[in-house]
Each structure stands twice: as structure tokens, then as C-alpha cells.
Design a protein around this ligand. Structure first.
Ligand code: IPM
Ligand code: MG
Length: 362
């Protein structure tokens, strides 16, 4: 029997609702799969921790996480603490500290979900966005000087290293090769940004030589937004810089029906450190504490976690249960135009995963 140690970091806002829902789902999964076990450790890091201790997480926090097989994360953000403090003090600290350099964001139109794209059939939109996750525009390099004076200067330096670009492009080519269409689009802005983005293009061509089966093309990020809307089926795997992929993935999630559904994995592919799985929706203060959050983004993130752990049959079973639930409009939360609550969706998922296991397999 395999026992996985999972670190639960709900963080703030609706993270405190969707992560406990995720834990219930993992418990329901194991009750029907006796060979699978999870041990959970809870970390109360985030805004409240900051108010008590002056930091979002303790300095030895990364060491504590390192001992786990995976991390399930809710969201970082607090209405009374500046966003750059909550973000850099928790989520980015973990991503950079545990070298989770490959962020993947699968996007599909799930059964029962409407897309705002008029002529798009569900099968036309099936993307895997690969986001560089540790450098680029989020390197954290820069500064401010002469604050408050007319000659005030502020810089955020986008840092691209050959090693960093090469490893994310190789990861993206490998992923594209493993998907049925073997199709990769490399997104940059190498017409305007003539140094680092030109290096991306050059390295893409070099890495492509290692993957002769992969068809690949290049697209500028502005044109990529239009292509996502006008020709969604022309895309499959997409790789882009930290900031470009951040923006493109919100567009992707909206085109696939809702940000509430979208999952993500922050991967350390070499498995030197644990990887972290989270919904992309953020802390959503406007709805927090009301039971309105869509937990599907967390459940789909758990599918990615199970796949990463090699538990493919459990991952498959959970994905089928998610698709059963999204297909039922009575189980749609407010972001999908429905009235269901977080507990409604969670209970329906648990019922499917336990009592009706056989029907899901059928
Ligand atoms: C995401 C989010 C974060 C990011 C926010 C919360 C800072 O938008 O994961 O896409 O920009 O990385
Ligand atoms: Mg984002």
C-alpha cells in the first residue's frame, strides 16, 4: 500500500473553502481504492499568519514542505495586505524555492460547460499551456529609487537565462510529443523585445532538432490572443514566458467557460523537490466565506497531482467524476450561471466517487 504525504496550504480567501473540499475528495477516492492512502499536514500560512508573525510563511517553511510528496495550494491574497507582499511571501517563494519551473495549465471545454466562442465545438479547444515559472518578468529583479520625487525610477527586470529557457522549452517539446497531435506553438514577442525573446526563438529552433516528430510554429503573443479566439483548433501545446502565459491562461480559462474550473500544476520535473497543485482562480474576496466558490478548479488540480504521483487510474476516475458533475447544470456554481454551492458540488463528487464508483467506470 502506498501512502502519500500531502501538504495542504489553503492560504487566503476561497482557498480556505476549496482546499478542505479537495481533502474530502481525496478521502472519498481512497475509500474506494484500498491501495491508496494520503496523510495530510496542514499549514496555516497566509494573511492571518502575516498579521501574527509579520511574514506569510516561516523561514523554515520550505524545509517543512520539502518532506512531502506534493503540495495542494489554495490561493494567496488578502484585502488588507499589498498583493506583492502576499504573492512574494508565499506562492512565489514556494515556486522559486522549490524550483517548480514548469507550470502547466490544461484547458478544455468540459461536458455541460458553455464557451463564449460562437462557432467552437468542445473538441476544438483542447490546449496545454506551459508557463515558464521561475524567471522572466517574475524574476523579482529591479528596484525603486528617489521615491516620491519627480525623478523617481522603478524597474522590473525580465531575466531570461539560457539554462532556464532551454529547460522549459525542452519540457514543452517533450509534453507536445506525448500528446496525440504532437503540435507545439512557441509564443514570444521577439519583434519588439529584441534580446531575450530572440534568444527564446533561437533556443526553440535548437531544441526542436531533438524532437523531429513534433510540428512546431512560432506566434507573437498579441497575435496569439486573436488566434485563440478565431482559430482555437489550430493550437494544442503552447509554451510562453511567465507573464505572457499568465495572461494567456486567464483568456484560455474564460474561453473554456470559467476561471473557476481551471487547474494548474507547478512542477519540479526532476522531482528533486515536491510539486505544487492549485486552482488558478485566486482568493476571490468578493465571494469568500459564502460557499459560492467553484471547487472544480481544485478537483482538476488534484487530477494533475495524481498523474504526477503516477496514480493514473485514480486520476482517471476523478476526472470522469468531474465530467459527470459539470454535465449536470443543477451542480453549476454561480460562476457558471447556476445556484449550486461549494458543499453541493463536493457532496455530489464524493457520492460519485464512493457509492456509484461502478457507474463511473461503466
Ligand atoms: C496565476 C495568478 C498569479 C500569477 C497571481 C495570483 C499573482 O494570476 O497563477 O496565474 O500571476 O502568477
Ligand atoms: Mg494568472
Amino acid at each position: 500500500m502506498k501512502t502519500y504525504c500531502i501538504a495542504l496550504v489553503p492560504g487566503d480567501g476561497i482557498g480556505k473553502e476549496v482546499i478542505p473540499a479537495g481533502q474530502r475528495i481525496l478521502d472519498a477516492l481512497t475509500s474506494a481504492e484500498p491501495s491508496l492512502h494520503f496523510r495530510f499536514e496542514h499549514f496555516d500560512w497566509g494573511g492571518d499568519y502575516y498579521r501574527r508573525h509579520g511574514v506569510m510563511m516561516p523561514s523554515e517553511g520550505l524545509d517543512a514542505l520539502r518532506k512531502h510528496d506534493a503540495i495542494l495550494f489554495g490561493s494567496a491574497g488578502d484585502p488588507n495586505i499589498p498583493d506583492h507582499i502576499t504573492l512574494w511571501g508565499l506562492r512565489l517563494k514556494i515556486c522559486q524555492g522549490l524550483d517548480q519551473y514548469a507550470n502547466i495549465r490544461p484547458t478544455r471545454i468540459l461536458p455541460g460547460i458553455d464557451t463564449p466562442l460562437k462557432h467552437c465545438k468542445p473538441e476544438d479547444l483542447n490546449w496545454m499551456i506551459v508557463r515558464e515559472n521561475t524567471e522572466g518578468e517574475y524574476s523579482g529583479v529591479g528596484g525603486r529609487t528617489h521615491q516620491g520625487h519627480p525623478l523617481e525610477v522603478a524597474t522590473d527586470l525580465s531575466v531570461m537565462t539560457r539554462a532556464g529557457v532551454e529547460r522549459i522549452l525542452r519540457f514543452a517539446f517533450r509534453l507536445a510529443q506525448a500528446r496525440p497531435r504532437k503540435l507545439l506553438t512557441v509564443i514570444t514577442k521577439s519583434n519588439a523585445q529584441r534580446h531575450a525573446m530572440v534568444m527564446w526563438d533561437e533556443i526553440a529552433a535548437q531544441v526542436a532538432a531533438e524532437f523531429p516528430e513534433v510540428h512546431w510554429d512560432k506566434e507573437l503573443v498579441d497575435a496569439a490572443t486573436a488566434r485563440m479566439v478565431n482559430r482555437p483548433a489550430s493550437l494544442d501545446t503552447i509554451v510562453a514566458t511567465n507573464l505572457h502565459a499568465d495572461i494567456l491562461s486567464d483568456l484560455a480559462a474564460a474561453l473554456a467557460g470559467s476561471l473557476g474550473i481551471a487547474p494548474t500544476a507547478n512542477l519540479n520535473p526532476e522531482r528533486v523537490y515536491p510539486s505544487m497543485f492549485e486552482p488558478i482562480h485566486g482568493s476571490a474576496f468578493d465571494i469568500m466565506g459564502k460557499g459560492l466558490a467553484n471547487p472544480i478548479g481544485t478537483f482538476w488540480s488534484i487530477v494533475l497531482m495524481l498523474e504526477h504521483l503516477g496514480e493514473t487510474s485514480a486520476a482517471h476516475r476523478l476526472m470522469l467524476a468531474i465530467e459527470h458533475v459539470t454535465a449536470n447544470p443543477r451542480l453549476h456554481t454561480r460562476d457558471l450561471g447556476g445556484n449550486a454551492t461549494t458543499p453541493d458540488v463536493t457532496e455530489a463528487m464524493c457520492a460519485l466517487l464512493t457509492a456509484r464508483t461502478h457507474r463511473i467506470h461503466a
